[in-house]
Design a protein around this ligand. Structure first.
Ligand SMILES: C[S@@+](CC[C@H](N)C(=O)[O-])C[C@H]1O[C@@H](n2cnc3c(N)ncnc32)[C@H](O)[C@@H]1O
Length: 277
């Protein structure tokens, strides 16, 4: 479908466009809080946002409650700098967000109640044994009974070269968000994906973001989480209502379709020492 946009290409900031088009930090904070509270009976206080990028979720987390603290981890210093300048600077108390430039594959302290790796970021860790090693380190960075949350996508279109375009509203005008899965290799399940942006007068920002990642299935995430010592793995599936509003609920069975999204959630053992490696 062809759209007309009003936002100008000149002066557009790719992180701002990404946040507007892709992220919903309020939803992610609410989901994490609800999932943790259901299991532990109390609200979580410490979030570790892995692959945090602009730390949008970490910032929303500390706004949620005055005792909330967040650790944001990302490899890219420039993106973390953007996060400090544009997101942390808007907080009343930015000292409760601790941004760390490092690889997510390491132990962190203080232990977190929730570790989130969203927008398919765990897909960047492959092959499978590397994913298990990462998740083992996540478990050892969590408090007993803490939860890890991953997300993913699939469906028969996920095995094809496809692109999907939508119009996004911003305070300064409308722009186009294009998600392109450029290649998919069924032998190793590696996909090359790009995000492009479109503007007024047919101007574009091609490959504003690019990723090479492995499309793990819900079953593979479950296997990896269990191999890493997590318990009570649940797959949340989107049972959209008639108005196409998302409604993620735990299930062990679902119908395949052209495209679907899921969350995988699991708990670190309550008793220290019950998973030792
Ligand atoms: C898909 S973006 C995710 C951004 C944001 N968290 C979101 O939910 O939209 C991936 C981010 O992960 C970072 N990254 C990739 N591999 C990493 C690693 N091994 N450790 C830490 N950060 C990594 C990149 O620098 C990039 O900012």
């Amino acid at each position: 479908m062809a759209y007309k946009y009003t936002l100008r290409r000149r002066g557009a900031d790719k992180h701002t466009l990404y946040q507007l088009a892709v992220q919903d930090p309020s939803f992610e904070v609410e989901l994490a809080t609800r999932q943790y509270r259901r299991r532990r009976g109390v609200p979580p206080r410490i979030l570790r946002e892995d692959f945090c990028g602009t730390a949008a979720v970490a910032c929303r987390w500390v706004e949620e409650h005055k005792e909330n603290r967040a650790i944001g981890i990302d490899l890219d210093e420039a993106t973390l700098g953007w996060a400090r300048e544009h997101n942390l600077s808007k907080l009343d108390d930015a000292s409760r967000v601790d941004l760390r430039q490092r690889d997510v594959r390491g132990l962190t302290r203080p232990r977190a109640d929730v570790v989130q790796a969203f927008n398919f970021s765990a897909y960047t860790i492959y092959p499978f044994p590397a994913l298990v090693s990462y998740l083992r380190l996540v478990r050892r960075s969590l408090n007993p009974g803490g939860i890890v949350m991953l997300d993913g996508y699939g469906g028969w279109e996920a095995g094809q070269a496809v692109s999907d375009r939508r119009k996004v509203k911003s305070p300064d005008g409308t722009f186009g968000y294009v998600w392109e899965q450029a290649t998919f290799n069924p032998i190793d399940n590696l996909a090359t994906c790009h995000i492009h942006f479109e503007f007024r007068n047919n101007k574009t920002w091609q490959k504003a973001f690019s990723y090479v990642w492995r499309l793990y299935t819900p079953a593979e995430f479950r296997d990896a989480l269990e191999a890493a010592g997590f318990l009570n793995v649940e797959i949340l599936w989107d049972f959209e209502d008639h108005a196409k509003r998302s409604d993620f609920r735990a299930t062990s069975e679902a119908e395949n379709c052209a495209g679907w999204l899921f969350y995988a959630i699991a708990e670190s053992p309550l008793a220290p020492g019950s998973a030792t490696s």
